[in-house]
Design a protein around this ligand. Structure first.
Ligand SMILES: CSC[C@H]1O[C@H](OP(=O)(O)O)[C@H](O)[C@@H]1O
Ligand SMILES: Nc1ncnc2[nH]cnc12
Length: 293
């Protein structure tokens, strides 16, 4: 099977250059419109589908990003693996602004978002014990190093609701009590939905600031973030450019099972399933629901 790599670009990353056969496509989903059209094309033979998470021009707040539509649309385009690129604050002195952290865990503090494709009439419980894909994460770490980034392999991302930044008390609690490494507003429920859609997911947290806890750095501000994002954006683009030489042209099944996450996850018996919901799940769960519709 040929891999198709979905790239979800976060704050500051709204486009990618250099794709062959590039065109922006509007994809319709049963969950509404994605954040924007999706840019598809190939990069040195590797098929890519790029989606700006907040839309071109940065239209969607972290709470209003249409996460379900985004993941469904990428699945409809045949995406097998998603790489998220995100701006984050850091809770660790050694994860400094400009560094890249390849995330392996999340603490989800979001509360205003649709978190699952499933619901009454089709209940499913996937595992999130390991919410990112180790195989894809290692490839992304190598790509980022090729692009000249200082890379930390592994880190816990605290997903907050936003859009306001954290209070000092929250910042200290996430760092000292909860042991989070970085903080952002968007990776949840995105990572969880990718797992439900059986798509491998890796996330690069591009550190822009020390949030508010650091005695020598004051409190995070948007101007500080934008300033650091300039350099991060260059390394992010370099990371994407390095992918074709690191991703095999034939995709083997995921050794960690991301692409079979729904195998035993659907709990509702076939006779009790809601046909309308099952129809909406055609892209996300068609592989397992197909024969029982
Ligand atoms: C513009 S700073 C705050 C904003 O940036 C991050 O978004 P993304 O993960 O899409 O890069 C952060 O989570 C906030 O949404
Ligand atoms: N300190 C911070 N908190 C939440 N989201 C962020 N994105 C970038 N920096 C952030």
């Amino acid at each position: 099977m040929e891999p198709v790599i979905g790239i979800i670009g976060g704050s500051g990353l709204y486009d990618i250059a250099g794709l062959e056969d590039a065109h922006w496509q509007q994809i319709q989903t049963p969950w509404g419109d994605p954040s924007d059209q999706i840019l598809t094309g190939t990069l040195n033979g590797l098929r890519l589908a790029f989606l700006p998470r907040h839309g071109r021009g940065h239209v969607y707040t972290p709470s209003t990003v249409p996460y379900r539509a985004n993941i469904d649309a990428l699945k409809r385009l045949g995406v097998t693996d998603i790489i998220s690129l995100s701006a984050t604050g850091s809770f660790r002195e050694d994860m400094a602004p400009g560094d890249f952290v390849v995330i392996d865990q999340y603490i989800d503090r979001t509360r205003l978002r649709e978190k699952t494709f499933f619901g009454p009439g089709c209940v499913a419980h996937v595992s999130l014990a390991h919410p990112t894909c180790p195989r894809l994460s290692e490839i992304v770490a190598q790509a980022a190093e090729t692009a000249g980034a200082r890379v930390h392999r592994g880190g816990t991302y605290l997903a907050m609701e936003g859009p306001q930044f954290s209070t000092l008390a929250e910042s200290k609690m996430y760092r000292e009590v909860w042991g989070a490494d970085v903080i952002g507003m968007t990776n949840m429920p995105e990572a969880a939905l990718a797992r439900e859609a059986e798509i491998c997911y890796a996330s690069v947290a591009m550190v822009t600031d020390y949030d508010s806890w650091h005695p020598d750095h004051g409190e995070v501000s948007i101007s500080q973030i934008i300033e650091t994002m300039g350099g991060n954006g260059e390394k992010a683009r370099g990371t994407i450019q390095a992918l074709p030489s690191l991703i095999p042209s034939t995709r083997e099944v995921c050794p960690h099972g991301c692409d079979r996450a729904l195998e035993y996850a659907i709990t509702t018996t076939p006779d009790r399933r809601d046909p309308a919901l099952v129809a909406k799940l055609d892209a996300v769960a068609g592989r397992v629901l197909g024969e029982t519709k």
